[in-house]
Design a protein around this ligand. Structure first.
Ligand code: ADP
Ligand code: MG
Length: 572
């Protein structure tokens, strides 16, 4: 039975496996290794990936993206008439990746290694495992994204001994790990990061700046705003590490020529960079290492492409960062290598990777007074190696206390209420005068996936145990999701291609005016009729015609919009 590695990204997801002594990325049904983490509902049909992403432009209300940022929350998404949780949307992406991998490998897949941001908390990790379960995948191990990147770097560069600082700067998250490699072991020393810092923040800064400099755009409608945002993101990506990039934005009567450059971005992006500087320092400090001891600073994640970010890191560490080739694929390759280790592939089975817990965990205690504001009693220190377990003894605080409430908190703040509450355990104790009060033994255990279990035992040897897991969904809701997903079928490759084509035509229709618009409408009508006719040859003819039409017509659109269409065409 094959094991696959999955990078479940905010923007894009990838799937890989271990084959012939290396990690291989698996292409999706449209032939691309990047599957956008997007879900769209079109007339009860569920689309995942490219077609869904394309529909974001025309059917924003029926489409969800960036839902990874809301894992661990109770947010709900209404797409058309259906309601989804972030867990279910992630499950749909996983289901699609699994389906594509099965098609490619031609064998059933049951197990996956999934990467998560190092800074994902307990709830977000259990949500990820739940999403996998709903998608029909067993997850034996979650690994931290920067750890996966380190594994890929070490394996591919054959680094025997090195201290690495791995920075994963993606769309919505920044993850930093300090890693030590020796012999066959990769030891993660410290991880830190920010779940809400990434390319999206840079996009927002660029957008605000652009709007500010172009007051003529103040009355832009929703479609115009969506188009402008896409244009600006495209310009940012085209800029990458070049000095400057010239682009234009057209909407209706308005055409704006503008330019984007590293210096301007450096200024705009300063708040983001400052936060990055702080977090890099924290990783080095927590890993108890000095800047000189770092052999390589390795950068992965899409936002690492930006020249001003690379320059900032170079100034910080006194050496240029190593930006790995195909940076958006590195984490997935690491997951694929780990899948090889899991399958005990001959060439890699002796490798080991140890990971750490990113947060401090503890419980609520008072110094002596019942009415005191409780503070955090640290049980597991941040960056303790996984798996890890520790027991402490807690005593009652008032006379004849008959139970103890043991809160489970995560965070670094002194006052317990300023940390994240993960749950609570209640255990009875024998009522006694306080000076004769009997204690409770509390054990916090972190498993290898960074999932926490808490156990309390009183003097009567009664034990209360709790997996500090998900409370976003009840058992009943999980059952319902599972049932719903069993019946849900994702479209096959042909249907997917059709939906993508249709979404592109719809988008074209919105861009155009006058006769050309009517023409596009007719092409849509012909294509959908052919598809519904169930006459294969007729559909093939119309499909080819539509593709040709898209290429021809987009030449006459604004140069940037046509570039967008053509680029997507290349991917297929
Ligand atoms: P995630 O893992 O969080 O899904 P990725 O690592 O795929 O994210 O990075 C996506 C982010 O990288 C997006 O914000 C995107 O705009 C940005 N990005 C991708 N390519 C480039 C590029 N060439 N230059 C600058 N930013 C880029
Ligand atoms: Mg990523």
């Amino acid at each position: 039975m094959a094991v696959i590695g999955i990078d479940l990204g905010t923007t894009n997801s990838l799937v890989s496996c271990w084959k012939n002594g290396e990690a291989v990325l698996i292409p999706n049904s449209l032939g691309s290794v990047l599957t956008p983490s997007a879900v769209s509902v079109s007339q009860e049909e569920i689309l995942v990936g490219d077609a869904a992403k394309q529909r974001l432009l025309t059917h924003g209300n029926e489409t969800a993206v960036s839902f990874k940022c809301f894992m661990g929350t109770k947010k709900k998404y209404q797409l058309g008439s259906q309601i989804f949780t972030p867990i279910e949307l992630s499950a749909l992406v996983l289901k699609k990746l699994k389906q594509d991998a099965q098609e490619y490998l031609n064998e059933p897949i049951e197990e996956a290694i999934i990467t998560v941001p190092a800074y994902f908390n307990d709830r977000q990790r259990t949500d990820t495992k739940l999403a996998a379960k709903i998608a029909g995948l067993k997850v034996e191990r979650l690994i931290n994204e920067p750890s996966a990147a380190a594994l890929a770097y070490q394996t591919e560069q054959k680094k025997e001994e090195a201290v690495l600082l791995v920075i994963d700067f993606g769309g919505g998250t920044l993850d930093i790990s300090l890693v030590e490699c020796f012999d066959n072991v990769i030891e993660i020393e410290a991880v830190t990061g920010d779940n809400h810092l990434g390319g999206d923040d840079i996009d927002a800064l660029i957008y605000t700046d652009f709007i500010g400099r172009h007051p003529e755009l103040s009355a832009l409608d929703a479609a115009g705003i969506a188009g402008l945002k896409t244009t600006l993101i495209q310009a940012k990506c085209a800029l990458g590490s070049h000095e400057e990039y010239v682009f234009s934005y057209t909407y209706g009567e308005i055409t704006i020529e503008d330019c984007i450059g590293q210096e301007q971005l450096l200024e705009l992006g300063l708040p983001v960079l400052e936060r990055m500087r702080y977090l890099c320092g924290k990783a080095v400090h927590d890993g108890q290492c000095s800047i000189d001891e770092i052999d390589d600073v390795v950068m992965v994640g899409g936002s690492s492409n930006l020249g001003f970010v690379q320059k900032f890191i170079e100034e910080l560490f006194g050496k240029p960062p190593i930006v790995m080739a195909n940076i958006d694929e590195v984490v997935a390759r690491g997951a694929g290598i780990y899948a090889g280790i899991r399958m005990r592939a001959e060439d890699i089975k002796d490798r080991m990777m140890t990971d750490v817990c990113p947060f401090t965990l503890g419980t609520n205690v008072v110094w002596g007074q019942e009415d005191e504001r409780p503070h955090l009693c640290v049980i597991l220190e941040r960056n303790c190696p996984l798996p890890f377990s520790k027991t402490i003894r807690l005593l009652p605080v008032y006379d004849y206390q008959d139970m103890m409430r043991i809160g489970v908190y995560q965070g670094e703040e002194y006052y317990v209420d300023e940390n994240v509450c993960l749950g609570e355990l209640v255990i009875p104790i024998r009522p006694r005068p306080v000076e004769k009060g009997e204690g409770v033994c509390v054990t916090f255990s972190y498993d290898i996936n960074g999932v926490l279990q808490v156990e309390a035992e009183n003097s009567m040897k009664e034990v209360v145990r709790k997996l500090i897991a998900n409370d976003a969904l009840s058992e009943k809701e999980i059952e319902e999701s599972l049932r719903r997903f069993e019946q849900m079928k994702l479209p096959d490759a042909e249907e997917e291609e059709y939906q993508l084509l249709l979404a592109k035509l719809m988008w074209l229709f919105q861009q155009q005016i006058g006769d050309t618009r009517i023409q596009t409408g007719m092409v849509v009508e012909r294509l959908t009729r052919a598809r519904e006719s169930n006459k294969h040859h007729l559909y093939q003819k119309e499909r080819e015609f539509s593709q040709w039409y898209l290429v021809q017509t987009s030449m006459t659109l604004n140069p940037f919009a046509s570039k967008l269409l053509l680029e997507e065409e290349d991917d297929d």
